[in-house]
Structure formats: C-alpha cells, structure tokens
Design a protein around this ligand. Structure first.
Ligand code: NAP
Ligand code: MG
Length: 498
C-alpha cells in the first residue's frame, strides 16, 4: 500500500533517515584516509543530505587490495555456486525488506519521483540480483568432442577484481546490472557510484554484509570522476564495467590499454529513433508511448526515444495526440506519490539541457515547453519540450541531450527513415510502428541498434534480454546470461587419458 502514502509521510520519513556517507571497504564503513568529504545535495530542493567520503588513490588502493585478498582467499570465488546464490538471494530479500528506505534515499539523492523508485528502481534492482543469483548454479561448461585419447572441458572462471563505475540516472539499478552478474560469477567488486548519487550504493553495502557477503567482496568507493580514473588505471583491477558518457568511456578504454589491458565493458549514450510509419496500428497509442519514451525520468535515460521520426502523411494527427500526452509528464515534487516526473539531477545538467533548448530554437520549431518550472521547490524542474525539425542534420536531432527534449523529424520513405535513424554515432535502441510485416522486418534488420522495439517502446523489464549498444553506444551487454560471460574467463582444459 506504499503508493498511497502522501508527501508528508515521505518528508517525515526523510527527516528520520540516518544517512551513511562513509566509503565501504573490507566490510566496514570508513572515512577517506585524508578525512576529506564532499557534500551530497538533493536535487529535490537543493538541501544538504550528507557529507560523503572524498576518496583518493590511496582509498582506491585499499578497496582494490581488499577485493584482491578476498578473491585470492576464495571466501567468495571458491564457494559452490549454490552457496553464492543463497547469499545473493538473502541480500535481495533484505533489499526488498528495506524498499521504502532505499526508494526514499534514491529519490532524495537523484530527484526521481518516489513512485518510480518504489515501483521501478527498487523492484528492478531486486529482480536483477535474484535473476543472476538464480542463474549461477545452472551454468554448465562444455565437453567438446575430441580424439578418444583425450578429454577436454571448457569452463568459465571469475576474472578477479571487477570495478563498476556507474552514473546517476538509475543509481542502484545501473550498479546492480554490473555487480549482480560480477558477484554471481564469483568476482570481488569495487563499486564507484556517481558523486551525484552515492547514497543508495553505500546503504546496500551494509545489507550485503548482513546477507553474508564476506568482507572485501563488495566495496564502495565514493568521490568524483578521479576515483573512476584511479580504478581504470589500477593494475590490480581485472575488469572495469562502465555506464556513462562516451567521453569518459573512451578515457577508461585508453587507461586500460595503457596499463594492464583490463577487460573494458562500456554502456554509453544514445540518440534513439522511434519511427512511426503512416500505417501505424494506433496513432494515439504511438503518441502516448513516444511521450513516455522521452519524458520518463526527465529524459535522463540512455535509451530514451529522443528522436521521433514520423512519416509525413501522419505528422499532423500524431502531433495532435502527442502535445497533450506530454502534459502527463509535467514534473511534480519528487516525494509526492502522484508525481510522474521530478527534478533534473543538478544545475550543470539543467544548464546543459537549457543550452540545447536554445540551440533548438535556432534550428527547429519549438512546439511545446522549453521553460523551467520554479514553483515546485528549489530544485531544477523543466517542462517537457518538443521541437519539430525539418532538417535531420540539426544538432538537437543528433547530439544526446539527456533531458526532457523530443525532436520530431518528418520523413517520406522507410528507406529515408532508416538512413536518418542510423546516421548518428550511437546505436543503443530504436523502434518502429507499422502494421506491415515487410516494413517491420526490413526495419528491425536494418536498424543499427542493440534493442529494437516493434509497436511499443521501452519494454525492457525482462532480464532475459541483453541491453547495450551498437557503434559508439558501447560494447558488451548488460542483463541476460551474456552479461555473466563478461565477468568470466574461458578456460580450456585438455587431458591426455591414454
Ligand atoms: P559520466 O560523466 O560519464 O559519469 C559516469 C561515471 O563515470 C560516474 O560515476 C562518474 O563519476 C565517473 N567518471 C567521471 N569521470 C571519470 C573518469 N575520467 N574516469 C573514470 N570515471 C569517471 O556520465 P553521466 O553524465 O554520469 O551519465 C550520463 C551518460 O551516461 C549519458 O551519456 C548516458 O547516455 C549514459 N548512460 C548510458 C546507459 C547505458 O546503459 N548505455 C545507462 C545510463 C546512462 P562522477 O559522476 O562522480 O563524476
Ligand atoms: Mg545527489
């Protein structure tokens, strides 16, 4: 019945929260060795939430050292898969038991609406953890056919120390997409959350200990980008799994190449095309879905449908449905259970989005929104914004804005739509709306994207589907059994038997 609790309930609960801001290394909360902290503010109203440990290279060394020792000692990596599974399931149960507290912490730290964190981020995180826990004792090796004098196996072994560097838009969920498969596979993990949203990662570390994860197996180091850089340069880190911007992803890959060639997995940005053909089965539904695709989570979604490609014959009817549908995503106070969207993460991101809106006004037609909303609280709130761009080469039609800004681009033929969809450097997601099987088949095959939806958008609640990008949207995939393989090495063992 949590959905019915009102803003006063959450505000009261927020006042009672005891927020942990220390790093978590080798099973204990610790200050940065320098004792330095940074301030974690809430995007909801700009209030100070907690001082948080500002880790430096020496703290990263401690965390990586703890992870390495735990890995080599075999306290986790050496357990039977079903024993690791039992601990991870217990951790998931503890996360579930603390859903309200964690959802509140996540909303306060990120500005996301409480309905989203309660209904999306937390259940998604728990589902991910359970899914990989359940998978791990069902993964088998291979026994290739060989010369009868030999017997051989192909097995997967954990890599060792996995560093996870994650962004602020789904703080806990993006972290879980890395640490769940990495831990399930038997690795030890050092997690670096964004300095903008470090609090939920710190809180779940205590629950990991309570669940029975041995000390050193799961560590959380807090601080700014420098902490991620230390991890990418660290020669005792075997793998770095990253979600974030292309700029930082490139730097991480370079640092890995310059040091120990640690494995690098990158989930980067997107500028995903949502293509609506004139024979779309339901224009109103396509419009509502298109609004959700870009305005949910204030547009701060890597797979957001930020480009709406509409076949010219239905531009007018689609816009008639789309413009009012956008009003469903007007932001509200994040702790009001009725709010569908909340605050932009911080002033920097807010300025960035506003800058793109200014660019958009020069190169396209503003159809809706574009204004900040100051009446909610002291945080940064922005209207859902829609542009119509006749020119598909406009900057707002190609660069990732990462905010509530939709660009509608008319086109004439399917061929043209696919060319526009594929013209950016990204390739994370795409969608096509049509009633024609040949159109759907052509589009799904030709769209260069890791996920393609047909007559829907953003349906990715199932962990069985890999998630990630073509081209400069990254490499490797989160979720699914494929993600487990990212955190293992294949070993061929060949025995002469006779
Ligand atoms: P970001 O600036 O790249 O930051 C991501 C993470 O990297 C943060 O923890 C950040 O720490 C850290 N970092 C910053 N500089 C670093 C460096 N030099 N070396 C190592 N780590 C460093 O990205 P963001 O602005 O937080 O997130 C937005 C981007 O993420 C968008 O491009 C979006 O599309 C992408 N994203 C992709 C996916 C996906 O699955 N493909 C999902 C979500 C988001 P600090 O925050 O403390 O600086
Ligand atoms: Mg914050």
């Amino acid at each position: 019945m949590t959905a019915l609790k009102d803003r006063a309930y959450w505000l009261d609960k927020a006042r009672q929260l005891r927020i942990e801001g220390r790093a978590f290394i080798e099973g204990a909360y610790v200050d940065a060795r320098s004792a330095e902290t940074f301030s974690s503010y809430s995007p909801v109203d700009g209030a100070l939430l907690a001082p948080v440990a500002l880790c430096a290279g020496s703290d990263v060394d401690l965390a990586v050292g703890a992870a390495r020792r735990s890995f080599e000692a075999g306290v986790w990596s050496g357990l039977a898969a079903r024993e690791r599974k039992a601990v991870l399931l217990k951790w998931a149960a503890l996360l579930e038991a603390h859903t309200e507290e964690l959802a509140l912490l996540e909303s306060l730290d990120s500005g996301k609406p409480i309905a989203d964190t309660l209904g999306g981020d937390l259940p998604g995180t728990i589902y991910c953890l359970r899914w990989f826990a359940e998978l791990i004792d069902k993964v088998h090796g291979e026994v290739p056919a060989t010369d009868p004098h030999f017997f051989g196996t192909v097995t997967q072994q954990p890599l060792g120390v996995v560093a996870a560097v994650v962004p602020w838009n789904y703080p806990l969920l993006m972290a879980a997409w890395k640490f769940a498969p990495a831990l399930a596979a038997g690795n030890s993990v050092v997690l670096k959350p964004s300095e903008k949203t470090p609090l939920s990662a710190l809180r779940i570390a205590a629950l990991a200990m309570e669940a029975g994860l041995p000390a050193g197996v799961f560590n959380v180091v807090t601080g700014d980008g420098a902490v991620g850089r230390f991890l990418s340069l660290h020669v005792d880190v075997d793998c770095i799994a990253f979600t974030g911007s292309g700029r930082v992803g490139r730097e991480i890959a370079q640092n890995a190449a310059a040091t120990n060639l640690k494995r690098v997995w990158l989930e980067l940005g997107g500028k995903s095309a949502n293509i609506v053909m004139a024979d779309c089965p339901d224009i109103a539904q396509a419009a509502r879905s298109a609004a959700a695709a870009i305005f949910a989570n204030m547009g701060q979604v890597c797979s957001a449908g930020s480009r709406l490609l509409v076949q010219r014959a239905i531009v007018e009817p689609l816009l008639r449905e789309l413009l009012p549908a956008a009003d469903d995503y007007l932001p509200g106070h994040p702790l009001d259970p009725g709010s569908v969207t909340g605050a932009i993460i911080d002033a920097v991101q807010f300025e960035r989005v506003c800058h793109y809106i200014d660019i958009g006004k020069q190169e396209a037609r503003l159809l809706k929104g574009g204004q900040p909303l100051s009446q909610i609280d002291a945080g940064a709130y922005l209207e859902p914004t829609i542009f119509l761009a006749e020119d598909a080469s406009a900057r707002i039609a190609n660069e990732e804005i990462f905010g509530p800004v939709l660009v509608v681009i008319p086109f004439d033929t399917l061929e043209e739509a696919i060319a526009i969809a594929n013209q950016t450097e990204f390739g994370l997601a795409a969608a096509v709306w049509s009633s024609d099987l040949a159109t759907i088949h052509t589009a799904t095959r030709q769209l260069k994207a890791g996920t393609v939806w047909v007559n829907c958008y953003d349906e990715l609640v199932d962990m069985n589907f890999p998630f990630g990008g073509f081209k400069e949207s990254g490499n490797g995939r989160d979720n699914s059994a494929h993600a487990l393989s990212k955190y293992t090495e294949l070993k061929s063992t060949i025995m002469r038997c006779s």
